[in-house]
Design a binder for this molecule. Structure first.
Ligand code: AMP
Ligand code: MG
Length: 413
């Protein structure tokens, strides 16, 4: 019996523990998930300041230009004004410098002319507030800036830096990884014996894991021998927050991951109603979540995207777990297995009709890694649908876009 995709996704998410909180340096928070709401302790900016280089003026002094006004101060960024303006006086001021008392506008240097020393000619009338950044104009003291569950990008971390609030995030997951298969040789092997293939899955998995900020422990290639696998697994379990393997989970006589874990921990071996990625081993070994991904490279990718990426993001405390889906047109159509959710590897482009159009990016067998490399989306043909006509509408899961969909949006619970 095949299990519905969403049911399997829910089981995976339900099994994920939350990682511990840590306080980190600002730049180290990038890619991590905030574990606490962030409120602004102070106004940002903290003081009224100049938005342009020029002259701080009293706007009422500038009606009927041009006129010459007396320069009584020179305020650089970081300096404190030494005098308050009175009618007929101005202060030279630089971007970011505090506004002198009495001033209510900035006249940009571009609309002034140098005259004699201590004097400047104002060429245009200023209105009150011109080119002045108000205190709190960016963020008001006491307001909510970010919610817990946000995965931080550089701009988020720099907002935290501007407020001086050290980020409290969940720590990065430590993930132990290995590939299984007697046919596998290291990718650097120059020429292959008949029947051998280069191990491409570890490169793929490492990249996908590191994209999430995971700390990857690579246990290499494990032969199709139950004893060897058990030994490596034992070592991999210590200190890992999750374990991922490729291969050895389907129906073959040498599917050793399945043989080794069938009677151990809570790992189940499932047929998920999806293509590619039907076979999946999932459960916990000791207390460690275990993902037995299939061997075919495209299946590794799709299974990782549907199960493991959301699972690790959930461990990290993220609200948004699944990548964005948008509506598009499948120009070349497809016949698919109606019993499964089918993920086609496609490449997309926005056409002049304003819609996103997709075409298959190559062969759709689960071993055709090149089609995955050329794809920027997965066209999703749901179970119950067996054919998309050329030009038919499909959902496109954008595999280079960040996660955008919450558990509730995807699983409805
Ligand atoms: P398995 O599930 O172990 O039977 O593997 C399914 C298919 O994926 C076989 O054709 C394997 O040769 C291939 N495969 C397994 N592991 C890898 C790997 N690490 N890199 C590339 N192909 C693999
Ligand atoms: Mg195998």
């Amino acid at each position: 019996m095949m299990r519905p995709l969403e049911e399997m996704q829910a089981e995976v998410l339900n099994s994920m523990p939350l990682l511990d909180e840590v306080e980190v340096d600002f730049a180290d928070a990038i890619g991590a998930v905030l574990s606490r709401d962030v409120n602004a302790p102070d106004d940002l900016p903290g003081f009224e300041n100049a938005a342009m280089d020029g002259f701080a003026v009293i706007a009422a002094d500038t009606t009927n230009p041009p006129m010459d006004l007396k320069v009584v101060d020179d305020v650089a960024a970081g300096a404190v004004p030494s005098v308050a303006l009175t009618s007929g006086t101005v202060a030279r001021i630089m971007t970011g410098a505090p506004i002198p008392g009495g001033a209510d506008a900035i006249v940009p240097v571009e609309v002034t002319e140098e005259t004699e020393a201590d004097s400047v000619r104002i060429m245009e009338e200023a209105a009150v507030g011109d080119h002045i950044r108000p205190a709190g104009g960016n963020v008001r003291a006491g307001t909510r800036v970010f919610d817990a569950g946000l995965r931080m990008r550089a701009a988020h971390a720099s907002v935290m830096a501007s407020m001086g609030i050290r980020p409290i995030v969940r720590r990065r997951p430590v993930v132990a990884m290995m590939s299984t298969g007697d046919e596998l040789v290291p990718p650097s092997t120059p020429s292959l014996a008949r029947g051998a293939i280069r191990d491409s899955n570890r490169t793929l998995m490492k990249g996908l894991l590191e994209d999430l900020g995971a700390d990857v422990r690579d246990y290499g290639i494990v032969n199709d021998d139950v004893g060897t696998f058990e030994t490596v697994l034992e070592e991999a379990m210590s200190g890992a927050d999750a374990i991922v393997t490729s291969g050895g989970v389907s129906m073959g006589a040498y599917d050793i991951v399945k043989l080794a874990l069938r009677d151990r921990g809570t790992v189940g071996f499932w047929k998920v109603a999806m293509q590619p990625g039907k076979p999946l081993g999932f459960g916990t070994v000791g207390d460690v979540p275990f993902f037995g991904l299939p061997g075919n490279p495209v299946s590794v990718f799709v299974s990782f995207e549907q199960f493991m990426r959301p699972a690790l993001l959930a461990m990290m405390g993220a609200d948004r777990l699944y990548r964005e889906r948008i509506e598009g047109v499948l120009d070349d159509g497809a016949d698919t297995n109606s019993e499964k959710t089918v993920f086609l590897r496609v490449s997309t482009a926005r056409h002049t009709d304003g819609r996103v159009h997709a075409r298959k990016s190559g062969g759709q067998s689960s071993n055709v890694l090149s089609a995955l490399a050329f794809a920027d989306a997965l066209a999703v043909v749901p179970a119950g649908v067996g054919r998309v006509e050329p030009g038919g509408t499909v959902e496109l899961e954008m595999i280079h876009w960040p996660e955008a969909r919450s558990r509730r949006e995807v699983l409805g619970d």
